[in-house]
Ligand binder design. Structure first.
Ligand code: SF4
Length: 315
């Protein structure tokens, strides 16, 4: 398979404007339009791909003694197994294509990753649950970052989702470059601050794993799993502050007293919520470029995704 230049993200095709909804409509989403310059979308529509056609009868999730079922209320047909059978092969294909994230339509009884409406047999909404395809996807591929288009309007969730996607893409490129186990030290070193911002506990676990590379055969696979788990933990303001203070400490000898003061002021302002994360990170980055140690200059934390996405302007 060709190495994807940009992270590949599976997307509900209706969100990309494809006319695949039951009534031939779509749900074109502006955010995805803005993202398309930085990632590669892999459109999917489980209902059409499973042969339901356009137009088709709408479907809904119905609570039954056998669990939630995907049903056509008009015909009473139960389509759960048909969608699941399709999901099995589709998920395998997405893995083979190197997909590193999924953005799925948030209300759909098939695609919704978290909260599709669940009806009781009398037609009342009684609860919410993942759609039939999304439930299979999440169970079969627990480390895949998955979001709905609605949740991605939240800047914190958007930043976290894309931080994971770009980190998994870096890992994917590293693995596909055919590394020797000892190259893992190089990868881990560059991700150190990124890992500390997300999960210091997992960062320590990965550090131990890298230190014990004499049992190297399974090291890549083990590292990849824990790396994904680390990134799945959302970075917090407090952990970002710790990382920034760590970076400031490494710059101490190359900054003038005024510059040091300016950097600490900027970190304090971020800690208080007066400025977004981009402000102290940009200061660190500018001074690292001028005279910073190479360890710090190489940290992916300083530029984990394209600046133009503006992700750190709102967190
Ligand atoms: S929500 Fe999913 S199943 Fe429904 S039209 Fe969109 S892509 Fe197809």
């Amino acid at each position: 398979m060709m190495e994807p230049e940009r992270p590949r993200i599976a997307v509900s095709a209706c969100l990309l404007g494809q006319p695949v909804r039951f009534d031939g409509g779509h749900r074109k989403n502006r955010l995805l339009y803005e993202l398309q310059n930085w990632v590669e979308f892999v459109p999917l529509c489980p209902e059409v791909e499973a042969g339901l056609g356009v137009p088709r009868s709408p479907v809904r999730l119905v609570r039954t003694p056998l669990g939630n079922r995907l049903v056509s209320p008009r015909s009473g047909e139960d389509l759960t197994e048909r969608i699941r059978a399709h999901a099995q092969t589709r998920v395998d294909a997405l893995r083979a294509m190197g997909v590193v994230g999924a953005i799925l339509q948030g209300d759909s009884p098939t695609c919704a990753p978290f909260r599709a409406r669940v009806y009781d047999p009398s037609g009342r909404v009684t609860s919410h649950a993942p759609g039939a395809f999304a439930a299979f996807l999440r169970a079969a591929w627990p480390h895949l970052p998955v979001e709905s288009e609605g949740r991605l309007r939240d800047p914190v969730l958007r930043e976290h989702f894309l931080a994971q996607v770009f980190a998994l893409h870096r890992w994917q490129r590293f693995v596909r470059s055919g590394p020797r186990p000892s190259d893992l030290v190089w990868f881990h070193t560059r991700e150190k601050l990124m890992l500390l911002a997300h999960s210091p506990a997992r960062a320590a676990q990965l550090g131990r794993l890298v230190a014990g590379l004499d049992r190297a055969e399974d090291a890549l696979e083990a590292y990849g799993t824990v790396f994904a788990e680390a990134l799945a933990t959302r970075a917090t303001r407090a952990r970002h502050v710790n990382v920034l203070l760590h970076a400031a400490g490494m710059l101490r000898d190359v900054l003038t007293p005024t510059e040091r003061h300016e950097l600490h002021e900027s970190i304090d302002a971020y800690r208080s919520g007066w400025v977004p994360l981009v402000v102290p990170v940009r200061l660190v980055r500018a001074w690292v470029r001028r005279a910073g140690p190479s360890w710090l200059r190489d940290q992916t934390y300083l530029a984990p995704y394209p600046d133009a996405l503006g992700l750190r302007n709102a967190v």
